[in-house]
Design a protein around this ligand. Structure first.
Ligand code: DX5
Ligand code: ZN
Length: 215
């Protein structure tokens, strides 16, 4: 059974309260919140004030995915806004170990996201310090993109690395997750499935979340 983390990026922002109420009534365990700065990725989404409002609606995990440069500057700010899991991009962190320690020192779980071209081997020496690895299965920046098939191989390799190192890191998949690939991803070793378009464009989002969870 997978942990489902619907991405609010695909919600109707004029009805954000309704989207949060729907997720709270669903089997989704995490809220996935995509923060984009227009520098690390070619898009700008939402930031601290929106996350602060969403936090007021829920006691579920607030899984904040920072697609920003210099994320270490904003660790305290996102903690204060309500993040419980804070994910930074490997490609944006020259001092990844230090950044992860700072996230944990604030009482949050620490996540590391990998762009599609980044091999999982780069995490070999640091896997013990990571609570969640987010494997990007699309290029970050936009919802609704096509799933990159090579992701399965990365999941299998990462699962092996975690096993070899006897770590307890969770594997999260982000981008293009649908009912067509969810079961195969879980079979390969995925623990958490992010789904934006698949959940919010479904005729029955609550049912879709249940289906993804039990895929
Ligand atoms: C992409 C974001 C994803 C995105 C997923 O940059 O990190 O979380 O919202 O959206 P879907 O599920 O529509 O691919
Ligand atoms: Zn994301």
């Amino acid at each position: 059974m997978a942990i489902i983390a619907p991405s609010l990026l695909a919600a109707d922002f004029l009805e954000l309260g309704k989207a949060c109420a729907m997720l709270n009534a669903s089997e989704a365990a995490w809220f996935h919140l995509d923060v984009m700065d227009g520098v690390f990725v070619p898009n700008i989404s939402f930031g601290l004030p929106i996350i602060e409002q969403i936090k007021k609606t829920t006691t579920k995990e607030m899984d904040v995915h920072l697609m920003i440069v210099q994320p270490e500057k904003y660790i305290t700010a996102f903690k204060q806004a309500g993040a419980t899991i804070l994910t930074v991009h490997y490609e944006a962190c020259p001092h990844l170990h230090s950044t992860l320690q700072q996230i944990k020192a604030q009482g949050m779980k620490a996540g590391v996201a990998l762009n599609p071209h980044t091999p999982i081997e780069v995490l070999k020496e640091i896997i013990f310090d990571i609570d969640v690895v987010c494997i990007m299965s699309v290029n970050p920046g936009f919802g609704g993109q096509k799933f990159i098939e090579h992701t399965y191989e990365k999941v299998t390799a990462l699962k092996q690395l975690i096993k070899d190192k006897k770590a307890s890191t969770l594997i999260e998949i982000d981008g293009g997750v649908t009912m067509d690939n969810a079961a195969k991803l879980v079979a390969a070793g995925a623990d958490v499935l992010v789904a934006g378009t698949t959940v919010f464009k479904a005729s029955d989002p609550i049912q879709m979340i249940a289906s993804l969870k039990n895929c």
